[in-house]
Design a protein around this ligand. Structure first.
Ligand code: CU
Length: 487
């Protein structure tokens, strides 16, 4: 089911709020008309949003089933899709209706440090009943999302997440622009979300992988298409831990952006793999025959865990005979180009976890052998360069001079997958396992298979203390997190 999109103002500020059938879902989004901002040189494109994270009930299992108790932004899962245009200023007032502290992190958005939403590191957490205002300019177009960064393994896991779409000034031509927020849930036999968030089992293994997959907070509904239709499908993985590997039957989708950032359009080598927190924008030219039905399958986890996500269903009436011939390459975002020559190189070694204990000395460096296996929250720790960090406020493990290129060689010395997320910057993935990458993708989260390495590079142009952490939220909570400083 898709969110319905309504244009709220002529000033390029489009809001998708109401999810069909949910009366309470109207997003509390008001077009801002704030003369104060005119002084900053912007008289248009100011979007004012109010977000209230609070307990709610949502039809995760479908409209015929009892609602599920969740935590939600403005009463809906996902929260309201915020749509702005590149260059717009967004202002969001958060009114905390939870019984615990929270923050909002604007995942993948290159915000000023004070707006990054990391409790204790960039701001005080927002107390229950408290308010906080985030305000920043969207420098990059693309597909982003927002979520709490405080106890995220439970707050995101209970439903606090939503898309943030930044439209290009000159978008590519498509018939439909569709957002799919993928998530999974661990439901109990009573049809409610089971507890046990952050359990030792989840923390030391694959994370909290659920048993029920939703798309836009509902059981996946078929994608109804017309033959010849061109769809821009924005996939966002909001799951705590599940990795998706999607196949589109006989279709040949083109990847046009990863983590919001444009990439040279290309067909994936196999399934479209999306780690937690990652986004992939696809161009899907629906060239099946009228009346056809094609499965979208997810075969990331094998051995009987493959399943049909949903179907692409063709209407009887074709739209056009041949696919659109207009270009699908997105305009580049204004990202500073890394200068690799002479750039300082940093090794970051990710270690720990349950199986790592059995894997021999190479996997037990750092704190693992020294009795330092108790990480954040007393769970068996994961480590970054031997340190299993607790919480968010820690001394930076490295300092980068502002404006310099940083090269980080990330090494996964564990038996598990890890999506490693860098705050405040987008980076280029320049090599994997020592082999140059074909597309030099710009990303903010790089999914690392077990025992593999990835080299990333970026210009450290955003001053402040920033997180680098695993986005399997249980791994983050159990120590796979660090900070770096840009001075
Ligand atoms: Cu991890």
């Amino acid at each position: 089911m898709r969110s319905e999109v309504g244009i709220m103002s002529r000033r390029g500020f489009i809001v998708a709020g109401a999810t069909a059938g949910t009366a309470s879902a109207a997003a509390l989004l008001l077009p801002g008309r704030t003369s104060g901002l005119a002084a900053l040189g912007r008289i248009d494109g100011v979007a004012d949003v109010r977000l209230k994270p609070a307990p709610a009930a949502a039809p995760l299992m479908g409209s015929g089933k009892p609602d599920v108790q969740v935590w939600a932004y403005n009463g809906q899962v996902p929260g309201p899709e915020i749509r702005v245009r590149q260059g717009d200023r967004l202002r969001v007032v958060v009114d905390n209706g939870l019984d615990e502290e929270t923050t909002i992190h604007w995942h993948g958005v290159r915000v000023p440090n004070a707006m990054d939403g990391v409790p204790h590191l960039t701001q005080d957490p927002i107390r229950p009943g408290g308010k906080f205002t985030y305000e920043f300019v969207l420098k990059d177009a693309g597909t982003y999302w927002y979520h709490p960064h405080h106890r995220s393994f439970e707050q995101v896991g209970r439903g606090l997440y939503a898309p943030l779409i930044v439209e290009e000034h000159q978008p590519i031509q498509v018939d439909r622009d569709v957002t799919w927020v993928l998530d999974d849930w661990r439901m109990d036999s009573s049809g409610q979300i089971s507890g046990g968030f952050g359990s030792r089992h989840d923390a030391t293994m694959a994370g909290r992988v659920g048993n029920t997959v939703t798309v836009n907070g509902r059981p996946p509904q078929p994608l109804a298409v017309q033959s010849g239709e061109r769809i821009r499908l924005r996939l966002i993985n909001a799951a705590n831990a599940r990795i998706f590997g999607l196949n589109f039957g006989g279709h040949r989708p083109q990847i046009i952006a990863i983590d919001g950032q444009p990439v040279r359009p290309h067909e994936p080598n196999g399934p479209v793999v999306i780690g937690p927190a990652m986004r992939v924008d696809l161009i899907l030219d629906a060239m099946g025959s009228p009346g056809n039905r094609v499965e979208i399958t997810d075969d990331f986890y094998t051995g009987g865990l493959e399943y049909v996500l949903t179907d692409i269903v063709y209407s009887d009436v074709p739209l056009r005979k041949a696919p659109l011939s207009t270009p699908i390459q997105l305009p580049p975002n204004p990202l500073p180009k890394p200068q690799l020559r002479g750039a300082p190189r940093h090794e970051l070694i990710f270690a720990g976890g349950m199986m790592g204990m059995m894997g021999g000395g190479g996997m037990m460096r750092g704190g693992m052998m020294g009795g330092g296996i108790m990480g954040g929250g007393g769970m068996m720790g994961w480590t970054v360069n031997g340190v299993s960090a607790n919480g968010h406020d820690h001394e930076p493990m490295l300092t980068i001079q502002r404006g310099r290129t940083a090269v980080m060689n990330l090494r996964n010395e564990t038996a598990w997958w890890h999506p490693i997320h860098v705050h405040g910057h987008s980076f280029r993935v320049i090599s994997r396992n020592g082999k140059p990458t074909q597309h030099k993708e710009w990303q903010d989260t790089v999914l690392m298979p077990p025992q593999e390495s990835a080299e990333i590079a970026f210009v450290a142009d955003n001053p402040g203390d920033w997180m680098i952490h695993c986005h399997i939220l249980e791994h983050q909570a159990a120590g796979m997190t660090a900070a770096f400083r840009v001075t």
